[in-house]
Ligand binder design. Structure first.
Ligand code: FES
Ligand code: FES
Length: 1004
């Protein structure tokens, strides 16, 4: 069909197929700013454009329907202001505000949010916050928690009305600990709130920061500043930055036939009709490719789990498992071919409940002879892994207790729901090397793990990681790269494979569901004498991350409460776990990595114990919580990677987190105040307030390795190459800030490239909250090497100039403001040094390379507070406010770090009240889309507040600890504790659906 339309004001004539969606047609014509969320039903809004000024989802509209209409895409909004000799009008104020306000994380939703905002502001130049939230409520964002996008739009509205807006920088509220606070360190000095050194002007996008004003912290130029994300300008223009934003001549589209049954052998498979379909280039079954057992878990070598997966197998183990791969000229042909594949299944009994997996005589899910055992796995018992850890003398501890509290808790399977689906493109390059362009968190692990699966040596594989539209652990899996790679090997042609949203829900990874039994011995004064946890963890059909995720459930959640007095010196802790196979989709890595499950049980349990003993729930927790200078109790018992070694925890800001969080939420005025619990004029409503305390880890000691290299350019700028993987977190930016700090240049002079296995140094990838800490330390080392060369050359240049001055030594030179400055004030600029080194004298490439492995994993700590309103007639829970006070060490970038907390709390809110994947008695999934699986929208959000309590972690050059995962850990128990406080409903299994609360109230 021939259609005529106006795109960004330009008249166009397009040939489109009658069944082609507007989304497909726009992307085919190069409008890659129109994103595909894979939902196909108009649920996510990522594909929205303005159609005659109205936000319209293009995946649910045919291109033909756009005939005669005006379309605006992000490409038409604004451009980089400086394109060489051609100056542009610059970014649109909405784009500018999104960039400045830290509203862009992965950026996948950003074009649609910007367009929705434009539509609103074109109609209503002075909207309220509620109107902004309503206007963007059609666009799902899984990263930000919407706080910063909403603030950015209000800021843009003010800019467009011609009002002055204060710059974001300089609005951070920096206060100081009291000097007697134990975490503040001996050399700490203080600045009083409201003094000249702590300006109090704030905007809504900046977190509140309490910091130890140590001299090294105060001296930092770039670390600690709300620098703009290095990729923000690119993302806000909708540039073709993501894995799917690529066209290649002759590229085929891949599709996978998924199993409709939970457990079966493939008795017969006939692909002849599919192969014969015109336009089909390849159809592959288990008969066509080598049988190589591997693990899809993107982890370091050796993989800490069983090798129990095959690219294709003659057995299927869950509804959604792989049966055959197809590559065809178009998506429609590939889908048609799937329907022509004939499969006869021999059904096998399925295990759908983890309790059944360990029963005598249970069907064996992994009976294949080539299964490669890992230490504690036993496929004959459906056991993917087993953990048995005893610290101290637990039984003696129970005997010494006045009371023993036992209870069982349960946590559901939930989904990462990154808005960009899994995407991979594979092709042979001109050297017959296989290139894999993929949306992965772990490019180096992808290369290493796939090499044997594909029959290629590692050196003939190149993995490129472009921008990633969110991952949250879901892309720490070598999930679909092999599909496209096998098809490229089979056809010799480029292949693209993009998961649909249904595939994301049914065939990708998810959070491990667990049943958790707690047994705790307590003295009447609240001293914990022994604490035990048993976990039954459901890894689904494959083992992947089963051992390490479940290990973390105990390693982090059971480490927080060590007891008090004598027990503090020698805690009694037990952590046992069985990780079992079932015929459900495999569980995997999801932000928090087992820890949210553990803290659901621990923090619900602690609350119930405190209330039963009549103790203040906060004082009871702090009495037993681990303190600075104490040994991590698990450090001598278990490690994710290597042999466990004793590890002292040097910084614990938990008490100050509690103090700050309490003050902000008004705990003392609300907790235990019967008047506050009532809602005036609404007798069916009750208010409640709850708390949870949590800790995480920072990387995996003696295992996680990050590398970085840096080189100086002719103009004194630097290329920073890192294998670390920014999946929207802002890690490229904080790494650039650290390099800029060492080299004395602005962040704009650091050009970051991440990551490509051919060009960037090795990095284990983005997981375990490790990038800022591990990769950051590698960047600092690389930058220090380069800085040393710069100082030597600068000294030589200054001494050659002489002019009667004394000799300057390299170590006396300070790098700042793009200059190398001698103590007497003389200086040479970075540009002069660069030109001198590359062109003029004793030429050399100034560069540095660094890598880092940590001997410790310093935990961040946090206090999470929640305020709720419960409808005691319907059981509906409304979360009104979440306040999180976090000790993540020094905050490198307050705006990106608080974005992590806000986004993490929002995902955790879903875990608390609404997210859950369920299966019927045949193992068929109930949730296959965002219509049935609810994630929070902008107009449904509670108030979010972030407080950072800075400590200075001595094991890192800039004192940092992890920030990205900890916000997942405490929201669900804090909300449940608040519901208990509000109405007495004591829910032991999340999410807190209205039905559960209603039933609990009826029981009461
Ligand atoms: S709404 Fe169109 S891709 Fe999700
Ligand atoms: S920034 Fe919104 S989905 Fe990632």
């Amino acid at each position: 069909m021939q259609i005529k339309l106006w795109v960004n004001g330009v008249e166009q004539e397009w040939h489109v197929a009658p069944n082609e969606t507007l989304l497909a047609a726009l992307r085919r014509h190069g409008y890659y700013g129109v994103k595909d969320g894979g939902c196909q039903h108009g649920e996510c809004g990522a594909c929205a454009v303005l159609l005659d000024g109205i936000p319209t989802n293009t995946c649910v509209m045919l291109a033909a329907q756009a005939d005669g209409h005006r379309i605006e895409t992000i490409e038409g909004m604004g451009k980089h202001p400086d394109l060489g000799w051609r100056k542009t009008e610059g970014l649109h104020p909405i784009q500018q505000a999104l960039v400045e306000s830290g509203a862009i994380q992965c950026g996948y939703c950003t074009p649609a949010i910007a367009l929705a905002a434009k539509s609103l502001l074109d109609r209503n130049p002075n909207p309220t916050e509620d109107e902004v939230r309503e206007a963007i409520s059609g666009v799902l964002c899984r990263c930000t928690g919407y706080l910063k996008p909403v603030q950015a739009i209000l800021r843009a509205a003010a800019m467009m009305r011609g009002e002055e807006v204060p710059p974001i920088e300089g609005e951070v509220e920096t206060l100081a600990f009291p000097t007697d606070w134990p975490g503040s360190g001996e050399d700490a000095t203080t600045a009083k709130p409201g003094s000249e050194s702590s300006p109090l002007v704030r905007t809504q996008v900046m977190p509140r920061i309490w910091t130890v004003m140590r001299p090294e912290r105060q001296a930092m130029q770039r670390v600690g500043k709300p620098e703009i994300k290095v990729d923000a300008v690119k993302l806000v223009q909708g540039k073709p930055a993501f894995a799917a934003d690529i066209e290649m001549r002759g590229m085929l589209i891949a599709k996978v036939l998924h199993s409709p049954v939970a457990h079966a052998r493939i008795k017969r498979i006939d692909v002849s009709k599919a192969r014969a379909l015109p336009g089909v280039a390849a159809v592959l079954t288990y008969k066509d490719i080598p049988r190589v057992p591997y693990s899809t878990a993107g982890q370091s070598d050796p993989i800490p789990g069983p090798l129990d997966t095959f690219s294709l197998d003659e057995k299927v183990r869950f509804v959604g498992d792989r049966v055959a791969f197809v590559a065809a000229e178009t998506e429609e042909i590939a889908e048609q071919a799937l329907k022509l594949i004939e499969v006869e299944y021999e059904p096998l009994p399925a295990i759908l409940d983890p309790e059944d997996a360990l029963k005598e005589g249970a069907p064996i899910i992994h009976d294949e002879p080539d299964y490669v055992n890992f230490a504690e796995s036993d496929p004959k018992r459906n056991l993917a892994a087993q953990i048995r850890i005893d610290i101290g003398d637990v039984e003696k501890g129970f005997q010494e207790a006045d009371r023993i509290y036992e209870a069982e808790y349960e946590v559901p399977k939930v989904q990462q729901s990154h808005i960009e689906p899994h995407v991979v493109v594979t092709y042979w390059d001109e050297d017959d090397r296989l290139v894999i362009r993929t949306s992965t968190q772990v490019p180096f692990h992808v290369r290493r793990i796939l090499a044997p699966v594909l029959g290629l040596p590692i050196k003939r594989i190149r993995v490129i990681k472009p921008r990633i539209g969110g991952g949250f652990g879901g892309k720490q899996e070598v999930l679909i790269e092999d599909v496209a790679a096998h098809l490229t090997i089979a056809t010799g042609r480029p292949v693209m494979y993009v998961y649909t949203r249904e595939e994301e829900f049914t065939a990708a990874r998810s959070r491990h569901p667990m049943r958790i039994r707690m047994k705790t011995g307590v003295k009447l004064d609240g001293t914990i004498t022994a604490n035990a946890m048993y976990v039954l963890s459901d890894t689904g059909a494959y083992g992947c991350h089963g051992l390490t995720v479940t290990g973390n459930t105990g390693h982090k959640a059971m480490a927080l409460y060590v007891g008090d007095g004598e027990y503090r010196k020698a805690p009694n802790i037990r952590f046992y776990a069985d990780v079992v196979y079932t015929n459900k989709p495999p569980s995997g890595a999801y932000r928090g990595y087992g820890v949210p499950q553990g803290f659901w049980a621990v923090e619900r349990h602690m609350e119930r114990i405190a209330r039963d003993l009549g103790l203040d729930p906060i004082a009871f927790r702090l009495k037993n919580a681990i303190r600075a200078g104490e040994l991590h109790p698990f450090s001598t018992a278990w490690s994710e990677g290597r042999e466990p070694r004793p590890e002292i925890i040097h910084t614990v800001g938990l008490e100050e987190c509690v103090a700050q969080g309490k003050a902000v939420i008004g705990w003392d005025q609300k907790y235990g105040n019967p008047e506050w619990h009532q809602v005036p004029g609404k007798p069916h409503l009750r208010r409640g307030i709850g708390v949870a305390m949590v800790m995480q880890g920072t990387a995996i000691p003696y295992l996680d390795m990050g590398g970085a290299s840096i080189k100086m350019n002719d103009d004194g700028s630097f290329n920073l190459m890192v294998g670390a993987t920014d999946l929207g977190t802002g890690s490229d930016t904080v790494l650039a800030q650290m390099a800029a700090e060492v080299l004395g240049v602005p962040v704009e002079d650091i050009i970051v490239y991440s990551s490509d296995t051919d060009f960037t140094p090795f990095d284990k990838g983005a997981y375990a909250s490790s990038t800022t800490y591990i990769s950051g330390a590698a960047v600092v080392k690389a930058a220090q090497q380069a800085a040393e060369r710069i100082r030597i050359r600068a000294a030589k240049m200054l001494n050659n100039r002489g002019n009667g001055h004394g000799e300057v030594k390299p170590e006396e030179i300070r790098l700042a403001d793009r200059k190398a400055v001698a103590p007497d004030g003389r200086f040479v600029t970075m540009e002069e040094i660069a030109l001198n080194s590359l062109h003029h004298a004793d030429q050399e490439q100034i560069m540095g390379i660094g890598s880092y492995v940590s001997p410790v994993a310093p935990p961040p700590f946090a206090a999470q507070f929640a305020e709720v309103t419960v409808d005691i007639e319907t059981g509906a829970v409304t979360v009104d406010r979440l306040v999180m006070a976090v000790d993540s060490g020094v905050i490198v970038n307050p705006i990106t770090a608080s974005g992590q907390i806000e986004g993490g709390m929002t995902q955790a809110l879903g875990y608390a009240v609404c997210e859950e994947l369920k299966y019927d008695e045949q193992g068929r999934p109930r949730e296959k889309d965002w219509l049935n699986y609810h994630i929070f929208r902008a107009n449904e959000m509670p108030k979010l507040e972030t407080i950072f309590v800075e400590t200075f972690e001595p094991s890192h050059p800039f004192g940092v600890k992890a920030v990205a995962e900890i916000p997942m850990d405490g929201v669900a128990p804090a909300v449940a504790n608040a519901v208990l406080d509000a109405c007495g409903a004591d829910i032991l299994d999340n999410p807190l659906t209205p039905e559960k609360v209603w039933r609990a109230l009826r029981r009461k």
